[in-house]
Design a protein around this ligand. Sequence first.
Ligand code: GLU
Length: 462
Amino acid sequence: MTVRTRFAPSPTGYLHVGGARTALYSWAYARKHGGSFILRIEDTDIERSTQASIDAILDGMRWLGLDLDEGPFYQMQRLARYAEVAQQLVKAGHAYWCYASKEELDALREAQRARGEKPRYDGRWRPENAKGKTPPADVKPILRFRNPDEGVVAWDDLVKGRIEIANAELDDLVLLRADGVPTYNFGVVVDDLDMAITHCIRGDDHVNNTPRQINIYRALGAPIPFFAHVPMILGADGERLSKRHGAVSVMQYAEDGFLPEALLNYLARLGWSHGNDEVFSLEQFVDWFDLEHISRSPAQFNPEKLAWLNQQYLKVRDDRLLAEAVAPRLSARGIGVAAGPDLAGVVTLYKDRVSTLNELADAVEPFYVEVYPGAELLAQHVTEAACGALRDLHTRLETAVWEKAQISQALKDVVAARGMRFPQLAIPLRVVLIGQTQTPAIDAVLGAFGRDVVLARLSRHI
Ligand code: GLU
């Protein structure tokens, strides 16, 4: 069997982390088995679907690097096909036109509720009940599936195990709305069939839909794909993940300076495990991924862990690549780097101290803009005694060979000559250079700045 999986988002918002995880699992399953991964945009909710959302989904997939073998396909471009399959079902007696008006159905539901029954369609336009009834001229019919009355629908869910639902629990679901647009359950079956999908990997909010879909497959005499329903992602408060839990849009993470590899690694681990492995490459993930190790209980989204993972990726990333990623972030702040010190030489000082590219941009910014230390900092650290030491240092640095060991020696010489402790020089120096009392190793910081800038910044205060 050639594995074929799909990601089938409804374009009613951005690509959120839950959707991205579903996409990742479907993609990885196809890649692992040498199969195909397909993107289908389920845009049948005309009111809520937008082009902006389609673009956001495509951007998100591209940024994550989840490449497609086929698609994107759009359901609204396939209406003729749904109509065709609908006719096939009508002909075979598995579907029928229902002329019940909205008011009539509302009244039915009310009456059922009043009797303490579960609201459900009562089959009033099933062919056997509609005999002799004249369809009202003012009602555009909808197409309903004639669900079997008896028996059970069962499947072996590849995540959740065996699931069984009695047909008595299911009513005659709508296949086509009055405007000819298919409902989700109908569109999904026709498409999964036409696209020869072998494994439907999706959120477990669809478990209730699956028996209905299986009944449609059966009515069509079609093979039924495997289903794998992945548990939801919850926020730290145990509620379903939503905007309240901070950034949930994939592209927001891009903007905030997360690396796609880190987000993918995080999503891979969120609800799936391979022993105790936490940091692994996408290639490893594809190699290891299986459906058996998807957790049966909901996963909890943990922003701190994501930040930690991002940090692991930043730490080992090549300095040049980091510089290329940070430069546009500085440029967006109106800060050019061309005239300043080599950016790769500066990012390397900070890359193991930050969690995001934005934090990295914050950290290196003082190397490319004028720094005006606050009056309080100056008063506290750049005292008379400190100024004397900084003056000495200025003199020594004017002639020192500009490399780390020599710079370090100059600092040590000043400290020794003045009988100071090292921090008594290093802290005022940090304050005048960067406006902060803490930095990476001060000799490395001086080295990265370059002599001219160091001397100019020192001169301003001595
Ligand atoms: N359009 C559905 C959703 O976004 C897809 C469900 C499925 O994968 O079958 O939830």
